[in-house]
Structure formats: C-alpha cells, structure tokens
Design a binder for this molecule. Structure first.
Ligand SMILES: Cc1cc2nc3c(=O)[nH]c(=O)nc-3n(C[C@H](O)[C@H](O)[C@H](O)COP(=O)(O)O)c2cc1C
Length: 168
C-alpha cells in the first residue's frame, strides 16, 4: 500500500487520540500523522492515500483549525487520490448535528476531485440528523467517545481493515 498521510484537527485532543489508535491498527503500513495546523497545501497533495480526522463543534461546525484550513482545501488538486474521513461527535447531546464535520470535509474533498472511501453503516447509532449521512451510510467512520466508548476499538479495527482494501 502507498504511504498514508493522516491529518487531524482537534479542540480537546480526543480526535488526536483516535488518530493514534488508527495508526496503531495499520501496523506496519507507512503512515504520517500530522496536525492540520502544521500542514501545508503541498503536503496534502503529496499523498495518494489520505485520512482526515475531525470533530464537530457548536451545532454542526468544524473545529477551529479545519475551519481555517477549509478555504485552502478548496484550492487543492486531488484528482486520483483517495480520502477517508473519521469523525468524533456526541449523538445524544447533538443528535441533530451528529458528526456533521465528517460530511462537510467529505464534500470538500470530493469537490476537488478526490474519491472519498471508508463509508460505514449508520446502524448501531441513534441520532436524528447528520450532514455526514448519505443514504444508509456515513461518509466515513463515526466515533462517539461520550456514549459508545466501548465500541471504539472494534470500530477502528474494522474501519482500518476496510481501508486496507479500499486504498491503493
Ligand atoms: C460545545 C460543544 C459543541 C458540540 N457540538 C457537537 C455537534 O454539533 N455535533 C456532534 O456530533 N458533536 C458535538 N460535540 C461533541 C464533540 O464533537 C465531541 O466531544 C468530540 O469528541 C470532541 O473532540 P475533540 O476533542 O477532538 O475536538 C460538541 C461538544 C461541545 C463541548
């Protein structure tokens, strides 16, 4: 598998912790983990396989650094690249906006030519609305450490196995 660039943005470090778990689950696969505030545009374009990690804040908004980087993402050229998105959210307190950040970023990457992979079933979650939902799938992996922390390791493991097949 080609090298993976994992870019994450976090407000209270929970997304960073999941990024670490994902890297561990990939085992010997070559994967660079980069905080999005330290990333340049060129860095995104230098990977064929990209993972992005994002939480959701303030009723459906991106956390601060993804918010700042988004205009720059819109000028990237990512034709032929694969992007997988994971997101953290709280499906009980924010059931109207559960992991909206995943949908916002997935659509942004699609708009610059990337193929978004790593969709997962919405089964097993209980929420009203999500910008990340497309038909019966999330456009990425949904992690809810507030309400379903016991499921996190299994969800990460299954998603990484899926990406090993879907990435180039
Ligand atoms: C003020 C506040 C607003 C939030 N808004 C949302 C939201 O709209 N949707 C959602 O799914 N989760 C929401 N959350 C939950 C966070 O996304 C969740 O706690 C996440 O794990 C934080 O990750 P981070 O520390 O990496 O930023 C919110 C949390 C707080 C404290």
């Amino acid at each position: 598998m080609k090298k993976i660039g994992l870019f994450y943005g976090t407000n209270t470090t929970k997304t960073a912790a999941i990024a670490k778990k994902i890297k561990e689950a990939f085992g010997s696969v070559n994967i660079d983990v980069i905080a999005v505030e330290d990333a340049s545009k060129k860095e995104f374009e230098s990977y064929d396989n990209i993972i992005v990690g994002v939480s959701t804040w303030f009723d459906g908004e991106l956390p601060s650094y993804w918010d700042e980087v988004k205009p720059e993402l819109e000028s990237l050229s990512l034709e032929g690249k694969k992007v997988a998105v994971f997101g953290l959210g709280d499906q009980v307190k924010y059931k109207e906006n559960f992991i909206d950040g995943v949908g916002i970023l997935a659509e942004t990457f699609e708009s610059v030519g990337a193929k978004v992979v790593g969709f997962t079933s919405v089964e097993g979650y209980n929420f009203e609305n999500s910008h990340a939902r497309r038909d019966d799938k999330f456009m990425g992996l949904a992690i809810d450490t507030e309400n379903q922390s016991k499921l996190t390791d299994e969800r990460v493991k299954n998603w990484v196995e899926q990406l090993k097949k879907e990435f180039d």
